[in-house]
Design a protein around this ligand. Structure first.
Ligand code: ADP
Length: 503
């Protein structure tokens, strides 16, 4: 029997050559590449094949202490650079990422599984855009001049007051495995633009592109200690960063459960915390929608990156009058997607990041089937290594099913009909999450009204998952707080200082 992986074609660009013999990466502390103090290492697997592609240090408390100390030592000098000096380095980083796009995309495919073309534009070019946007913002940070109404100044004197924006200090950036490079850039670019120094903790399944990015950032002239990278287990090095008394702020993207653990750990020194967490984003299709656009758009909203996207449109609410047509369209869209190794140029959907994640996703589908839902297409793991889940569409759902309420983080779409729009809004808002949503309609007033009624950090109209460094992204409710991207992201890394003078 042929397997979807029989279609693998060799990479041509060079990154794979790195892994003909797995490369042993070090982690970046104070400008040098180091192993863990206790010598522990972890392995990175190609999620499509299970082949070991690299090893990296499994950092412990001592390594985290060293990395935080290096970031603290580097902070005064970096905070003291001019905005133009920071902008120049961020632009050089952007240039070097762009110059290494083929290598970085291939590394991301080997480490994370996504198709090469997806990695190129949704990660590598998106990371370039983040560094360029925040290079510009570094030179546009400004405080305010204020005229207070204080009346008790000494006779004949006046009050002058203003605010200054200052970097928060040492930032721990903790990022997940679904879009490793761009999510890393979304933390590093604004933090460095603001004048903060950083300890980055990539996810244990996908540390490789972060480490390669670190090499490029050093090559771009970033001073030693300004960026440090500790790899290893979340419960060890991640938790040590979240609890560390010399870390001033944690910028986290990941699951809601881990976000809660980080918040708990951060209490000791009341560090600033921003959390970009899980989602269960609704997609509402109105009867007047352009159905061709809506079906392709909502399929892409959930199947892109094999559904491993925090804003994935995982619940579709479809007007009853078009339900059958939309279901058929979604199912045929799902069945047409070509699964395979991300290095195969024909592949449209790769594996999930790990066997554990694929098993977790399959369990949700199985539980829905047992509870009486219809698995219209997809549903069963496949591939020799067991990491592929075919695009799955589920109908006949009940609102209390886990697959409807919880973040599955896989290519699994639940679809429910509705009769009137109030019912759809109520169902969309009946969630602990509030990260994103999309609305598909040709009616301007329906689009405007729904964009206000839906509880979410972002509402897309006739599109889904449109990202840009200028557009703030983040959640309400248990999807977290704080925003990545946009001017709002810079605020995460700046304090307000008020100066009030008698003149
Ligand atoms: P997922 O549940 O999607 O695998 P997580 O939210 O657990 O993702 O992981 C996101 C990031 O958080 C990863 O870098 C992981 O190592 C890290 N992490 C996991 N647990 C903790 C923790 N207790 N404290 C700090 N970071 C953690």
């Amino acid at each position: 029997m042929t397997d979807i992986l029989d279609a693998i074609r060799p990479a041509t660009i060079g990154a794979q050559a790195l892994f003909d013999k797995p490369r042993a990466f070090g982690m970046l502390i104070d400008g040098s590449w180091q192993q863990a103090a206790d010598g522990r290492t972890m392995e990175s697997l190609d999620p499509a094949t299970g082949k070991v592609i690299a090893s990296f240090p499994d950092a412990g408390q001592a390594d985290v202490d060293d990395a935080v100390a290096a970031a603290r030592k580097a902070f005064p000098a970096w905070a003291g650079t001019t905005p133009a000096q920071r902008a120049a380095i961020l632009n050089r980083i952007a240039h070097l990422i762009e110059a290494h796009i083929d290598e970085l995309a291939e590394l991301e495919t080997l480490d994370q599984g996504k198709p090469l073309y997806v990695g190129r534009w949704a990660e590598i070019l998106a990371a370039v855009a983040q560094f360029r946007f925040f290079a510009g913002q570094a030179t546009a940070i400004e405080g305010r001049t204020i005229t207070p109404s204080i009346t008790y100044q000494p006779a004949g004197k006046q009050i002058a007051a203003w605010t200054i924006r200052e970097p928060v200090g040492v930032v721990a950036a903790i990022v997940p495995w679904n879009s490793p490079l761009v999510l890393t850039a979304m933390k590093l670019a604004p933090a460095l633009a603001a004048g903060c120094t950083v300890v980055l903790k990539p996810a244990e399944d996908t540390s490789i592109t972060a480490l390669r990015l670190g090499e490029l950032m050093i090559e771009a002239g970033l001073p030693a200690g300004t960026l440090n990278i500790v790899t290893g287990r979340g419960a060890v090095s991640g938790a040590a960063l979240a609890a560390h008394f010399d870390v001033d702020k944690v910028a986290f993207t990941g699951s809601t459960a881990t976000g809660r653990a980080i918040l708990d750990a951060s209490k000791g020194n009341l560090k600033r915390v921003t959390l970009e967490l899980g989602g269960k984003s609704p997609v509402i299709i109105l009867p007047d929608a352009d159905l061709e656009l809506a079906i392709a758009g909502s399929a892409n909203a959930i199947f892109f990156n094999a559904g491993q996207v925090c804003v994935a449109g995982s619940r579709a609410y479809v007007h009853a009058s078009i339900y059958n047509q939309v279901m058929e369209g979604l199912a045929s869209h799902a069945q047409a997607l070509q699964l395979g190794h991300g290095l195969n140029p024909d592949t449209q959907m790769g594996p999930l990041v790990s066997v554990q994640q694929a098993m977790r996703v399959e369990k949700y589908i199985e539980a829905a089937r047992v509870a009486g839902a219809d698995i219209v297409t997809g549903g069963k793991r496949c591939g020799k290594f067991g990491t592929f889940i075919p695009p799955t569409v589920i109908g006949n759902i009940a609102p209390d099913m886990d697959v409807v309420r919880e973040e599955v983080f896989g290519p699994v779409l639940v679809v429910q009909p509705y009769d009137d729009i109030e019912e759809a809004v109520k169902a969309a808002n009946d969630s602990q999450y509030g990260l994103a949503a999309s609305v598909w309609t040709e009616s301007l007033s329906s689009a405007h009204r729904l964009s206000r009624q839906i509880q979410a950090g972002t509402v897309w109209i006739n599109c889904h998952a449109m990202f840009d460094p200028s557009l703030p992204i983040g959640g309400v409710k248990q999807s977290g707080y704080g925003r990545d991207s946009g001017l709002a992201a810079l605020d995460n890394y700046l304090e307000w200082k008020t100066v009030c003078a008698v003149i």
